[in-house]
Design a protein. Structure first.
Length: 220
């Protein structure tokens, strides 16, 4: 089984957590694309979806799923999204697709966050995947200098603008042993919109797809 099959299995397994007549929060990425495709079969039973990116919005609409503004949706019961890395506490690195800020907003508006991924995403220590940080363009250099000061090697993501009109710095070389602390520290740098550590709001359940099926990992 390859990574794509693992993603598909996890995405399909998430479907059973979706309740009828609700508005569901939907993340972004290749794993979520599979979830959206699976969600299409129950579109008539959904009230709609709050989307975390323009890409997911387009895909949801293509399947005939109504996309609802978060401001009119109120609090959501469920948010489903992928991740670039997860530790066993379900603290995540996200933002490989650049959608981290809207993802963090929708996750924070949701009672339950189910993360879907293939088994390669589970790691002991976060940080092998370069940490994405969304930055206001005029602050690129000042933010980059601060990131070097805390031990990282920031690289500007080339030819990329976020859905919010900002840039992404991908930070290499961080071994994130205290995710909660680092998430707050980086978010305090002026010019940072948000960073891809999801520790203040970790996932509640991780569904990991692999050749032996779907493994459930819950917070300890
Ligand atoms: O910005 C993108 C998101 O955080 C994705 O959830 C993350 O990059 C994982 O993507 P994929 O499912 O494609 O591995």
């Amino acid at each position: 089984m390859n990574q794509t099959d693992g993603k598909r299995l996890a995405a399909e397994a998430a479907l059973k957590y979706v309740e009828e007549d609700t508005i569901i929060g939907v993340g972004t990425g290749s794993t979520v694309d599979k979830f959206i495709d699976a969600l299409a079969e129950m579109r008539m039973k959904l009230r709609g979806a709050v989307s975390s990116s323009e890409a997911s919005t387009q895909r949801l609409r293509k399947h005939g799923i109504d996309v609802v503004d978060l401001n009119s949706a109120g609090r959501l019961d469920l948010y489903v999204d992928g991740a670039d890395e997860s530790n066993r506490f379900l603290q995540l690195i996200k933002g490989g697709g650049g959608a981290l800020t809207r993802e963090k907003i929708v996750a924070s508006a949701s009672e339950r966050f189910i993360c879907i991924a293939d088994e390669s995403k589970l790691v002991d220590v976060l940080g092998e995947f370069p940490l994405p940080i969304e930055v206001i363009p005029m602050a690129r250099s000042t933010v980059a200098r601060e990131l070097v000061r805390i031990g990282g090697r920031p690289e500007l993501r080339q030819n990329f603008t976020t859905d919010n009109g900002n840039i992404i710095l991908d930070v290499h070389g961080l071994s994130i042993t205290e995710p909660l602390k680092l998430e707050q520290e980086i978010n305090n740098i002026p010019g940072v919109v948000t960073n891809g550590i999801f520790a203040l709001r970790p996932a509640d359940l991780l569904l990991l797809g692999s050749s032996s099926g779907v493994r459930k990992v819950e917070t300890e």
